[in-house]
Design a protein around this ligand. Structure first.
Ligand code: PMP
Length: 414
């Protein structure tokens, strides 16, 4: 049972006591809801969520954009929209992607979705039949594992030097190359190019999930895998990369606007699946997003975020170096929202540590939930964007107290 092994507190929330539900929901759990809920508990320092800093939400810009959107579209902004999304926003995203990749993209290559999360869900619905192989960068974004659970794929771990023979027959490869969730890692360009080469030879799809692209704390991330794919062909894009974007981390998650960029035939198929999911995403928030992107506000805002997040990352890592480095090791991430800490010599089970951390009033996400098998129990994800530097420092000190308590529960080494 996934929840028994992965989530220290969630067994009561698993639906296995509900025999009338489908099989997949009985193996599901509410881990994500629980981790997000810590954000609303004032006495808990939450290093668990993957959320932007709320005090940086651009209220005035969203307010102005809302008025402009209503003036521009009138009642149409309040209607059901086309299932593919607001045409002007699809065009705008296509022209941005063309400019940044050098490829040829039109609105036909873009499906607007209710967050990137819906893109993941639709990809699962359209591409995965039960038991088919899906090769994932590991550890893997929990939301992707959630989205695809009903499809019952057979997961394998991605090796960056995989051969085409290893990839052949897999339905797709899934990666978050920019500041991955959960590890914060930036995949080097050479590995991106090598993977694309193997994917092309193996004739499979590659899903590139890119919500953290704007959060480049220490310099440019370099081209996306989509850009490498687009560079290899003349004419309208028809490559194997299925790219997911979103405004959740670069503007606000509450707009729930994301997009899929892919070859036009696949976009039509995904739109078919979206029709039965929600008819259309909110036209109002798509129209607001159009205003924010068309005015390039998102570019200015990205700089605000980077300037605020860099000292937060530094504060968390500095405090961790003082209090956690005897037991954990990590790389300082060059972007994104997370630090991934691995227990030295696998000496600390982070599922067990988690219970003590909650008692010490600090939350993190244990590694087991990012592992499709649930077996990796020796790492944890810490978020540094949500809280101010002093609060992050306090959170790390509480975590260190939880580690001390954990160690007292362990048998002395022989
Ligand atoms: N993919 C990854 C890797 C993420 O971290 C997230 C958000 N946590 C999403 C997709 C979903 O983003 P959205 O809010 O756009 O649905």
């Amino acid at each position: 049972m996934l929840a028994d092994r992965t989530m220290p507190t969630s067994d009561a929330h698993v639906n296995h006591h509900r025999p009338d539900c489908t099989d997949w929901i009985r193996s599901s759990n509410n881990v994500t809801q629980q981790f997000l809920s810590f954000g609303g508990m004032p006495d808990v320092v939450s290093l668990a969520g993957g959320l932007p800093a709320p005090e940086l939400y651009p209220l005035q810009a969203v307010r102005d954009a809302t008025l402009r959107a209503l003036d521009r579209h009138g009642a149409a902004a309040l209607e059901y929209g086309p299932v593919e999304g607001l045409f002007a926003l699809r065009q705008l995203i296509a022209s941005r992607v063309s400019a940044t990749t050098g490829g040829t993209f039109s609105a036909d290559h873009v499906l607007l979705t209710t967050g990137a999360m819906q893109g993941l869900d639709l990809i699962g619905k359209v591409l995965i039949d039960s038991g088919e192989r899906v090769i994932v960068q590991a550890p893997t974004y929990l939301g992707a594992l959630d989205a695809w659970r009903p499809r019952r794929p057979a997961y394998e771990r991605l090796r960056w030097d995989a051969t085409p023979a290893e990839l052949r027959g897999a339905k797709f490869v899934y990666t978050v190359p920019n500041y991955s969730n959960p590890t914060g890692a930036l995949v080097p360009q050479a590995q991106r190019v090598a993977l694309l080469e193997q994917v092309l030879q193996a004739q499979t799809w590659l899903v590139e999930d890119d919500p953290y692209q704007a959060l480049q704390l220490d310099g440019p991330a370099g081209p996306s895998i989509l850009a490498h794919a687009a560079a290899r062909q003349a004419g309208a894009y028809s490559g194997p990369v299925i790219y997911l974007g979103t405004v959740s981390k670069s503007l606000v998650p509450g707009l729930r606007v994301g997009w899929v960029v892919a070859e036009a035939g696949l976009i039509q198929t995904l739109a078919l699946a979206k029709q039965s999911a929600d008819l259309s995403s909110s036209m109002l928030t798509q129209a607001i997003t159009f205003e924010l992107l068309d005015s390039q506000f998102d570019h200015a805002h990205a700089q605000t975020l980077v300037d605020a997040y860099r000292p937060r990352r530094d504060a968390l890592c500095r405090e961790a170096a003082l209090h956690l480095s005897d037991w954990f090791e990590w790389e300082v991430p060059v972007g994104g929202m997370f630090v991934w800490m691995r227990a030295k010599d696998r000496a600390i089970d982070t599922n067990a540590l988690y219970r003590l951390a909650i008692e010490e009033k600090v939350a993190f996400v244990p590694s087991s939930v990012f592992d499709f098998s649930g077996d990796d129990r020796f790492a944890m994800r810490l978020n540094f964007t949500r809280a101010a530097p002093a609060v992050l420092a306090e959170g790390v000190q509480r975590l260190a107290r939880a580690v001390q308590r954990y160690l007292k529960t362990q048998p002395a080494p022989r």
